[in-house]
Design a protein around this ligand. Structure first.
Ligand code: PMV
Length: 339
């Protein structure tokens, strides 16, 4: 099955005529505590394993989509109010995704998107980006799709976007069906007001190797990859138990070890992949140094050099002094953190 047929199946019975002149949607980005690393189907972004994330609440992407007049000859894309060149990698990826929702007769869109997170720097901007596009299309066409369907559609743009339709903890179940209809996000009802995430932004330049490329290289060339699904399953079970009982140390240990295992796998790919910069390594040592001294602090890292720190409200003051540039997010509380 290709993306076009997946969209046809998911939108069967829904109108293909825009019902409004505009559709707008905000999607928060999410950070995986048990990572998605490896696709069983590259076309449909179907993962080899399930994954589990936490939403970043107020950090994400707001997107408005307008249908242009019938004489328009191309999509117009604005990112943070600036026109994006339609030949840029960002626009090409977005236009290809919009093609799935153009229907007949083909019409062009105007897309205005603004993100309060750095794009493509391993801060999961594609997760909120594709979720916001799908949410905006849902408004434009007035489909009122269930979130599980929005999640399946957003997955076709970027896997991690499947987890961006809910606040708090979300599990993206891998599913086993070939068409991926059983692969979408499922929210975990638990809230944890004392939990904090700290964004330690070390380098916000776009990454040289996309997560899709890095994933494929790892799956195809690392002889250790076969160990990943078993570890991931055990980590998911431990994380869910830690969330249910608010066992922070367990959550931090599992999340950090899971991220390190993902990066270790990448080092064993051929050629090897290393997203960490010298600054990343320095900060990891700093985190471990203070943890050794008794501070309850852990980290996770995605496909980029930046780190996301995990800690509790009670340590917020101490940690913000140790890491003065930290952007602190309360995923279950009033969230004023904006970059
Ligand atoms: O959704 P993608 O294709 O950008 O992949 C995301 C990969 C990680 O961020 C490293 C892990 C995850 O589960 O979000």
């Amino acid at each position: 099955m290709n993306k076009e047929s997946a969209v046809t199946q998911l939108l069967k019975g829904y109108t293909k005529e825009p019902q409004h002149s505009e559709g707008s949607f905000f999607a928060a980005t999410n950070i995986a505590l048990a990572k998605y690393w490896g696709k069983r189907n590259v076309e449909l972004n179907l993962p080899i394993t399930s994954s589990l994330s936490i939403s970043l609440g107020a950090l994400g992407t707001e997107t408005s989509i307008y249908l242009q007049a019938s004489n328009a000859t191309e999509d117009v894309i604005l990112m943070n109010k600036k026109r994006v060149d339609n030949d840029s990698p960002f626009a090409l990826r977005l236009i290809k995704f919009l093609d799935l929702f153009r229907f007949v007769p083909a019409r062009y869109f105007r897309v205005e998107t603004s993100a309060n997170i750095p794009i493509a720097a391993g801060v999961a901007s594609s997760a909120s980006g594709f979720a916001a596009v799908v949410g905006a299309l849902d408004q434009l066409y007035d489909w009122k799709l269930p979130k599980a369907t929005l999640s399946r559609l957003a997955r076709l743009g970027s896997g991690s976007a499947a987890r961006s339709f809910w606040p708090g903890f979300v599990e993206w179940q891998a599913g086993s069906e070939e068409d991926g209809m059983d692969s979408y996000g499922i929210p975990i009802a638990e809230t944890w007001p004392a939990l904090r995430i700290g964004l330690l932004l070390l380098d916000t330049d776009p990454k040289p190797l996309s997560s899709t490329q890095a994933m494929q290289k790892t799956v195809l060339t690392s002889s250790f990859y076969e160990l990943w699904p078993t570890k991931q399953m055990a980590d998911l079970a431990r994380l869910k138990a830690a969330i249910a009982t608010h066992a922070f140390t367990e959550l931090g240990e599992v999340a950090e070890a899971n991220a390190l295992a993902m990066h270790a796998l990448m080092l064993t790919a051929s050629p090897p992949i290393l997203y960490s910069s010298p600054k990343t390594v320095e900060m990891i040592h700093k985190i471990w140094y203070y943890r050794e001294k008794g501070l309850n602090i852990y980290f996770t890292q995605d496909a980029g050099p930046n780190l996301k720190l995990l800690f509790l409200k009670e340590d917020e003051e101490v940690i913000s002094k140790l890491f003065p540039t930290l952007v602190i997010i309360a995923p279950f509380g009033a969230n004023k953190a904006v970059l």
